[in-house]
Design a protein around this ligand. Structure first.
Ligand SMILES: C=CC1=C(C)c2cc3[nH]c(cc4nc(cc5[nH]c(cc1n2)c(C)c5CCC(=O)O)C(CCC(=O)O)=C4C)c(C)c3C=C
Ligand code: FE2
Ligand code: FE2
Length: 388
């Protein structure tokens, strides 16, 4: 019989994961949980965590390959910290990404236990790439819980080698050390850009936000789907992300019956290199010059609030919009804990749990100009899982 422990269990070899979401599973007397590992970028919980977060981020050669990576990462993080601390201070002193992910995980467990009783109990874990809980902590927690079956769930709906690819490379690398005998069988939800539930929740948020415009102006409001940009060096390697983001936009517009004019635009460029455009700030200025006032921002590649929505869109672009007289500049609510979104996550996980195919057919295909050996090995590992 499953025994639930409501207090934290003692730490194991790698220390207890303080972020395991709701229930603790005793390994001796209970059926081990089916794990759902929610993978995302992470973010600093408070201002003291900004520098270590940035250092982890700049140390990741899958995200930013730079010469003398570790030394350069230290330098870049230190130099960038004061500016980024100010931004996190402006949104309440830290990133809400952890609390949203914890909430999403808790709601997902409940949904999954109902939807898929044969694989219950389900337990959500978090594996962030650049802030705690990091992959090693999470795997230690899963080992303590006796997990044998797991789904790695990318919280990036659209796949990029720099985001989901990096998280899977990290998972694969740590599994070699922490689960050398491959006791855990893995499936991966590696991309879901056109999932009907994702499309539905975006469409509903847009419909709700459009109601805030005066009725006679509503149909002319421009929908600006804004996604985190990518360096052109990554795009030109053949990264699937731009195409998958565009696919989400297309499906959402189909669902809305192409009710409004729209554009796909790109935000959050960092550093001097060339990035995929058009850039969001330039688009806002362009439409201001063309006399458009009602612009509705839709962050289409994120599933919760964090600095990119709360600071970059609301504060930075909000300020620019005010300056340029864009009086109808608004943003749709992020997906966060919307039940329609949680249903979409549960559907994806339950389908993956009952599928014999561990990963999408797309995961198996490397970028045509990819030279990162980790990508190839990670793909082979996850695609080669034996599922009963
Ligand atoms: C779809 C999501 C994301 C993609 C693609 C992505 C690519 C990418 N990002 C950087 C550099 C930085 N990103 C930073 C913050 C950040 N990035 C994402 C998502 C994607 N990044 C999120 C959700 C966040 C915010 C985290 C939070 O607040 O919780 C930062 C740090 C902030 C800053 O210094 O501006 C950097 C740096 C690169 C180079 C890149 C593609 C290669
Ligand atoms: Fe980023
Ligand atoms: Fe790659």
């Amino acid at each position: 019989m499953l025994r639930l422990q409501h207090k934290r269990v003692a730490s194991w070899a790698f220390g207890a994961n303080r972020h395991s979401i709701s229930r603790q599973f005793a390994t001796t007397t209970s059926k081990p949980p089916t794990a759902v590992v929610l993978m995302n970028l992470g973010g600093p919980k408070d201002l003291n965590e900004v520098q270590p977060f940035l250092q982890n981020l700049f140390s990741d050669g899958d995200l930013i390959p730079i010469p003398f990576q570790q030394t350069a990462a230290k330098f870049l993080a230190k130099r960038r910290t004061p500016k980024i601390q100010e931004q996190y201070a402006a949104i309440g002193g830290g990133s809400p990404i952890l609390s949203w992910t914890e909430k999403q995980g808790k709601m997902l467990e409940e949904r999954l236990d109902k939807l898929s009783p044969q694989t219950a109990p389900h337990k959500s874990y978090i594996a962030f790439r650049y802030s705690s809980p990091l992959t090693p902590e999470t795997l230690a927690e899963m080992k303590k819980d006796g997990v044998e079956r797991a789904v790695a769930f990318s919280l990036y709906p659209q796949y990029s080698c720099s985001t989901t690819g990096s998280s899977l490379n990290e998972l694969w690398k740590n599994l070699k050390v922490l689960d050398p005998e491959n006791k855990i069988r893995w499936s991966v939800v590696d991309r879901w850009p056109t999932h009907s539930g994702l499309v539905e929740v975006f469409a509903r948020h847009i419909e709700k936000a459009l109601l805030e415009y005066p009725e006679n102006e509503r149909k002319d409001a421009v929908l600006l789907f804004s996604a985190h940009s990518l360096p052109m060096s990554v795009v030109n390697r053949g990264d699937p992300y731009p195409q998958e983001v565009a696919a989400t936009v297309q499906r959402v517009m189909e669902r809305l019956g192409f009710s409004n004019p729209y554009r796909l635009i790109w935000q959050s460029q960092v550093g001097p290199r060339a990035w995929l455009g058009p850039q969001t700030d330039q688009v806002l200025e362009g439409y201001a010059k063309l006399g458009k006032k009602n612009l509705l921002m839709i962050p289409i590649a994120f599933v919760s609030d964090h600095i990119e929505t709360l600071f970059e869109v609301d504060v930075e672009y909000g300020h620019l919009a005010k300056e340029k007289g864009l009086t109808g500049f608004k943003r749709v609510e992020s997906l966060n804990d919307d039940p329609v979104f949680i249903d979409a996550m549960a559907d994806l996980v339950s389908k993956q749990l009952s599928s014999k195919r561990p990963v999408s057919t797309q995961l198996g295909l490397r970028c045509p100009l990819c030279t990162n050996e980790k990508c190839g090995q990670q793909k082979e590992f996850f695609a080669g899982q034996v599922l009963e």
